[in-house]
Design a protein around this ligand. Structure first.
Ligand SMILES: [Zn+2]
Length: 223
């Protein structure tokens, strides 16, 4: 969520990525992709908008891990472009979930609480496992630390979904699901906006550097 690494920051490119860290990133990528699919299917099946809202985070994090793994083969400009596409996709999906949440608040019925809670629990286990797996890399540098913080914060969101499922059971209404969906999709949209803003900055910088390399070198020297 908020502290999730942006694609260009997870690893800074110059730092050698150890084989162990690469392997951990691959596992994290696969886990996040699987969970994205489970939450989409489960969210539709159980009519839970909070599961649909959380799915965007798994997709975004999967993209981050994929981009981290491609750090050595992609230049800064292409990574920034990929981040821009990712940010815009996340933002669009977030808005879609907000729309679906608004629709569900008017016409929806209570989600199927057991499926919702179970998938929330599976998501929690997935995020905690990734967090524990990445925990030993946290001292590597600030960027690896942000990868770890990302999984930890996502676990907190999963706990909110489990609590919302209990709330749905207890109240027999859809409101706990809707409230968590609103919070989660709001967080997703705000992080999508900051990803887009940062990616646009990086693209502008990279293009300026590419177009006027000698000038940039002079400016850097004068600093
Ligand atoms: Zn995340």
């Amino acid at each position: 969520m908020q502290n999730c690494c942006s694609s260009t920051q997870c690893t800074d490119g110059s730092a050698a990525v150890s084989p162990e860290f690469r392997k951990a990133l691959w596992i994290a990528l696969i886990v996040n992709l699987i969970m994205f699919n489970i939450e989409i299917v489960g969210g539709l099946y159980a009519s839970s908008v909070s599961l649909l809202a959380d799915a965007v985070d798994f997709a975004g994090d999967a993209a981050n891990y994929a981009l981290s793994l491609s750090v050595l083969s992609l230049g800064l400009l292409w990574r920034a472009r990929a981040a821009l596409i990712k940010g815009m996709t996340m933002g669009a999906y977030g808005l879609l979930v907000v729309g679906k949440t608004a629709w569900a608040s008017l016409y929806g019925s209570a989600p199927e609480a057991y499926t919702m809670g179970l998938i929330g629990l599976v998501a929690l286990v997935a995020n905690l496992s990734v967090a524990i797996m990445l925990y030993r890399f946290r001292d590597g540098d600030a960027n690896m630390r942000s990868v770890w913080l990302c999984s930890r914060n996502d676990s907190i969101v999963n706990l909110m979904i489990i609590l919302a499922a209990l709330g749905v059971l207890g109240t027999e209404t859809r409101w706990p699901d809707l409230i968590v969906a609103a919070v989660v999709s709001g967080l997703a949209i705000s992080s999508a906006i900051s990803i887009v803003v940062q990616a646009r900055d990086e693209i502008a910088t990279a293009e300026k550097t590419a177009m006027s390399l000698p000038v940039t070198v002079k400016i850097d020297e004068s600093k």
